[in-house]
Design a protein around this ligand. Structure first.
Ligand SMILES: *Cc1c(COP(=O)(O)O)cnc(C)c1O
Length: 299
């Protein structure tokens, strides 16, 4: 296996760069987007314990699920190849005439792609029953092992105890659950949902918490989706360019731009009170910006 899949050997450059976004609060950004060009951000953390388990259980093929633009699919394809596994991606929707960049990349890393209708995609059991001897990982790496890996994000934060708030994006809620599990009781974990009105997320997060963590402070905000999952109106693109100009912080259109926007709002409206010490997790995803016409973003 390549180094990146061995805990403790990961090479992270400039992982925290302070961005003083406000006079009243200190904000640090954990730059997980910098860890690896392909398995960027939180995906490696979420995958590693599943892959370890597949090795221990002597599987040779790993299968997982995702949409045609899923960062998780590419990360899984790459991680499986590096760890010596065959990989299979069950992709939601009909096979398009032209594969998305994401799917082309997954294929390039050796992933077999199987397209299933939106309707059948919802019944994972029927799909998984068709394949024998495959180690299945949930969509987005959702699950206890995924959350356990996400807890390890804190291994790369020196002096984590000094933060009063930790802010992260929420897709499946796996990363957030991992952060809550490892958080100190004096900290508040704030999740920003990338989806519109997905209020089931709170329960999905809670289902992955250790028993002693259910009493910790954590909250998901649902008002920063900019129209819905992966929607990126001009207002958001302008904000991303401003964020780059002002803080040299590149963000992605699906998750981290909306998270950073939310963070500034929550500081401004005093939800995160003056004097707070905030850590934002930059969970990666920058490769998703390739779907924009060139020149849209300054970075
Ligand atoms: C996948 C992804 C997320 C979502 O993480 P979950 O653990 O599913 O909530 C957040 N940010 C980025 C950049 C991602 O690619």
């Amino acid at each position: 296996m390549e180094d990146i899949l061995e805990p403790g050997k990961i090479f992270i450059q400039n992982i925290i760069s302070a961005a003083s976004v406000s006079a009243s609060c200190a904000v640090d950004v954990l730059r997980l987007d910098k860890i690896h060009p392909v398995i960027s951000g939180n995906k490696w953390f979420k995958l590693k314990y599943y892959i370890e388990e597949a090795i221990t259980s002597k599987y040779s093929t790993i299968g997982t699920f995702g949409g045609p633009y899923s960062n998780h699919i590419v990360a899984a394809a790459y991680a499986c190849r590096q760890a010596g596994f065959k990989s299979m991606g069950i992709i939601r929707g009909e096979r398009p005439a032209l594969l998305s960049d994401t799917l082309q990349e997954a294929k390039h890393y050796g992933m077999m792609l199987d397209f299933v209708s939106r309707h059948s995609y919802d019944d994972k059991k029927i799909i998984t029953d068709r394949f024998k001897h495959v180690y299945w990982i949930n969509e987005g790496g959702y699950g206890i092992a995924g959350a356990k890996g996400a807890s390890d994000i804190f291994n790369y934060v020196s002096d984590a105890a000094k933060y009063t708030h930790v802010v992260c994006a929420v897709g499946t809620g796996t990363m957030m659950a991992g952060l809550v599990n490892r958080a100190y009781t004096h900290q508040q974990i704030i999740g920003i949902s990338a989806m519109k009105g997905n209020h089931a997320l709170m329960e999905r997060v809670r289902d992955l918490l250790d028993e002693e963590s259910t009493a910790k402070k954590y909250k998901i905000y649902h008002d920063f989706h900019f129209g819905g999952y992966a929607k990126h109106p001009q207002e958001l693109l302008d904000f991303m360019n401003e964020t780059w100009q002002q803080y040299q912080l590149p963000t992605d259109i699906v998750y981290t731009s909306k998270t950073f926007f939310a963070l500034l709002q929550l500081i401004q409206n005093n939800t995160i009170p003056a004097g707070s010490n905030v850590l934002m997790i930059h969970s990666g995803g920058l490769q998703g910006n390739r779907s924009l016409p060139s020149g849209t973003l300054m970075f």
